[in-house]
Design a protein around this ligand. Structure first.
Ligand code: NAP
Length: 242
């Protein structure tokens, strides 16, 4: 059986493709989203309880290979997989979509983390479209003189910026929709993680179209494991290990 660590569109695509080919696949979700889009094949939900417990789980369920297709900013589960797989002597592949690239006309400011992003707000904007997800928003709680439109999939945990509006949405987004959102709320600054992928890319095109500055949070460092950037690449690897 192949274990796909999921929570991304690529993980769903991979599990669907393996399932269609009759390869035994189980997708693992963290359980953060109340109504997740489910892939084909089996699905399990919730943390494993750390690397040692994950290694036990792999042995108990006779997993032949693991594809870590989690989000580029999901650091702990990737570290856990990189620790657990060698312990259980199960091969591990990382599937990670490429990051976004700055193009002519973009006004990007790359930063190392959410605290650095928050520190840059006062010099770049007053009406901020904040799309970094529901976690870590406390970093923006003390930013003065700025209004935030916080867009995320699930209700975020407080503390949040004093002056904000919440927009619960999970995309995918269109250029027309993003332009309309920017104009309606008179947004003058976009903040995003470098998540990559096409499903949430329209906000960058819209920001470029309106000449808005964009604060882009760089990806965190990853464990050193074999990696592919496409679902097709992960599929070939998983077929060979299924
Ligand atoms: P994280 O910080 O790396 O993980 C925290 C803990 O949640 C892990 O230690 C693990 O618990 C559990 N976990 C995470 N992903 C899991 C999975 N796929 N299956 C089983 N357990 C999992 O992760 P996160 O940043 O909170 O992200 C949670 C999930 O949301 C991930 O699956 C990720 O792909 C998805 N996601 C994250 C982001 C983001 O910006 N971080 C964006 C979109 C989607 P145990 O240690 O108990 O095993």
């Amino acid at each position: 059986m192949i274990l796909v660590l999921g929570g991304t569109a690529e993980a769903r695509e991979l599990a669907d493709a393996l399932d269609v080919q009759g390869i035994d696949v189980v997708s693992s979700l963290a359980g953060r989203v109340s109504n997740p889009r489910l892939p084909g094949g089996k699905v399990r939900v919730g943390g494993f309880g750390g690397p040692a417990a994950l290694a036990d789980w792999l042995l108990e369920h006779e997993v032949s290979a693991v594809v870590d297709a989690t989000h580029p900013f999901a650091q702990r589960i990737s570290a856990s997989a990189a620790d657990a797989c060698p312990r259980a002597e199960v091969p591990l592949l990382r599937l990670e979509r490429p990051g976004w690239s700055e193009r002519p006309g973009d006004r990007w400011h790359r930063v190392a983390g959410l605290a650095q992003a928050a520190a840059l707000v006062p010099e770049l904007g007053r009406r901020v479209l904040l799309t970094t997800g529901r976690q870590g928003l406390a970093a923006f709680a003390t930013v003065a003189d700025a209004w935030f439109l916080i867009r995320c999939v699930e209700e975020p945990e407080p503390p949040l910026p004093a002056d904000h509006q919440l927009l619960l949405d999970r995309g995918p987004y269109t250029l027309a929709g993003e332009l309309e959102l920017i104009d309606r709320h008179r947004i003058d600054l976009l903040i995003t993680k470098d998540s990559g992928g096409h499903l949430t890319e329209a906000k960058l095109d819209a920001a470029c179209g309106r000449r808005l500055p964009v604060i882009v949070v760089r990806r965190p460092p990853r464990p050193n494991v074999e990696m592919v950037t496409s679902v097709a690449g992960a599929l070939s690897w998983a077929e060979a290990h299924g």
